[in-house]
Design a protein around this ligand. Structure first.
Ligand SMILES: [Zn+2]
Length: 481
């Protein structure tokens, strides 16, 4: 494990001479600017700052200093299966996790996935992650999830979920309430939400779970507008029962009508766009081009490392691409030409930082200004031919930079990565844990099922029912989860 004594806790840090993106709502760029951090906060931003005598200096020249990125939707527990589902559709994902193999995961497997996901996020400059943790089939699983999130430095929000039971059941369990009382204690580095989906059953069986969220005063995050799984009906039920709030995060929101977008806009919630997920899995077209038209706040997310790696550089890049692609396509269909891009690079950088902070109701995150939390990223890679010239810093972050260019990361004023090396993180231990999980799953499933799961047939040789049915109101659904 790498330790650096110069970054001992409590010592002020000054990043000198970087190109600072303050994310103040404009396209502001501060050249040759210092950022001083004392305690857990940004103390000052400006040229040639005076720093306390004991401050440690980080040379940010030729680099870009931006707020730590915020991923508002990731199933961290699935990271132990990195890349396994590269050729999956959403249906195959549902079958694998919801019906066939998700139950195999033990608490230690949740721990292994969460640990690796947390390290992966930090390494890529993602300082806050909403862990949409729907593999919590017992409270022991939930304890393991939190253990991992508290061991790896970083800011996390546990979005508690359980795909093996209807939300009204698991939210009513005494051991769930006990878990909340024991583990969710107001720690600034560990937020809490409830994670469940609204499947459109007119009886609205999710209602008691919303009531629990209201009683606990925590937000709900929900997969909305997912083709074949959640639709306008779910949004309408939430709206009619008064459960759409400014703190609600709608994930994907990719196959909804204008009515639903109006309801989201009117109630102040935000949409978490997982462009890479929507493009491959099939929730619907990545919705930024539609959501923007309704003035709905956007944040970005990676969804699951079963397909994609957990870094927001690729989210920014693919989101710009998908939005512009759609804009051109719609125009061409009418014989028109787009002469000016509607979605700009600085906007996706804003969504990856300030947009995430807004979704979480945290105006102290996602910006660089005195008094804000010191969650910071320095993008700088002197050995990379892609690191210069930096002419358009927002464009550079969105289209040029990548994970390997993340030089330094601070969370809550603490340096957790420096000179491209993670500090206070035991990657070897994380690797061993993940290896044990993979070995266990593989032997439980058997080689044949393991290989078939990873290499789905082309074309599909059987028609699959929509397996996403913990409520069986849709006529003859045979699976009740
Ligand atoms: Zn998801």
């Amino acid at each position: 494990m790498s330790e650096r004594t110069e970054f001992e806790a409590g010592r002020p840090v000054v990043l000198r001479g970087g190109t600072v993106l303050p994310m103040d709502g404009g396209r502001t760029v501060l050249e040759r600017t210092d950022v001083l951090v004392t305690g857990d906060r940004i103390a000052a931003v400006g040229p040639d700052l005076e720093a306390p005598e004991d401050a440690v200096t980080i040379d940010a020249s030729d680099g870009i200093v931006m707020p730590g990125m915020i991923d508002t939707h990731r199933h961290m527990w699935q990271t132990a299966l990195r890349g396994y589902g590269a050729d999956w559709t959403l249906t195959q994902y549902f079958v694998w996790f919801y019906l066939e193999h998700g139950k195999l995961f033990r608490p230690e497997d949740i721990y292994a996935g969460n640990t690796l996901a947390a390290i992966e996020a930090l390494d890529a400059g993602v300082t806050t992650v909403v862990d949409w943790s729907h593999g919590l089939q017992t409270v022991d699983h939930a304890d393991a999830a939190v253990d991992a999130l508290q061991e790896v430095p970083g800011r996390y929000v546990l979005a508690y979920g359980n795909i093996q039971q209807p939300p009204a059941e698991w939210t009513a369990a005494p051991e769930f309430r006990d878990f909340v009382a024991r583990r969710i204690t107001g720690d600034d580095l560990l937020g809490f939400q409830l994670a469940f989906d609204v499947l459109g059953d007119p009886a609205f069986p999710e209602k008691p779970a919303f009531e629990v969220a209201r009683e606990l005063d925590v937000p709900v995050t929900t997969h909305a507008g997912v083709w074949g799984a959640t639709s306008d009906d779910g949004i309408r039920l939430m709206y009619e029962h008064g459960f759409m709030t400014p703190r609600t995060i709608y994930v994907h929101a990719a196959s909804l009508s204008a009515d639903s977008y109006h309801r989201i806009a009117a109630t102040g919630g935000s949409v978490s766009v997982s462009t890479e997920s929507e493009q491959s899995a099939g929730q619907g077209y990545p919705p930024t081009w539609a959501v923007r038209a309704h003035g709905i706040p956007v944040s970005l997310s990676m969804d699951t490392s079963v397909w994609w790696s957990g870094d927001l550089f690729s989210a920014m890049r693919t989101t710009l691409g998908a939005d512009r692609s759609r804009e051109h396509l719609e125009a061409h269909a009418k014989g028109d030409t787009v002469t000016h891009c509607g979605l700009r690079a600085d906007q996706v950088v804003d969504w990856a930082t300030r947009g995430g902070a807004h979704a979480l109701g945290r105006d102290d995150l996602g910006v660089i200004a005195p008094g804000k939390k010191a969650d910071l990223v320095l993008i700088k890679n002197d050995r990379s031919p892609v690191s210069f010239p930096v002419l358009n810093p927002y464009g550079h972050v969105a289209f040029q930079a990548q994970r390997g260019d993340v030089h330094t990361v601070l969370v809550n004023g603490r340096v957790v990565k420096h000179e491209h090396e993670l500090l206070g993180v035991d990657l070897t231990a994380a690797r061993r844990q993940v290896e044990r999980t993979v070995e266990y799953l593989r032997s439980e499933m058997g080689e044949d099922a393991w290989n078939k799961g990873m290499n789905p047939d082309i074309p599909a040789t059987k028609i699959l029912d929509n397996p996403y049915t913990y409520t069986d109101y849709r006529s003859d659904a045979t699976h009740r989860l």
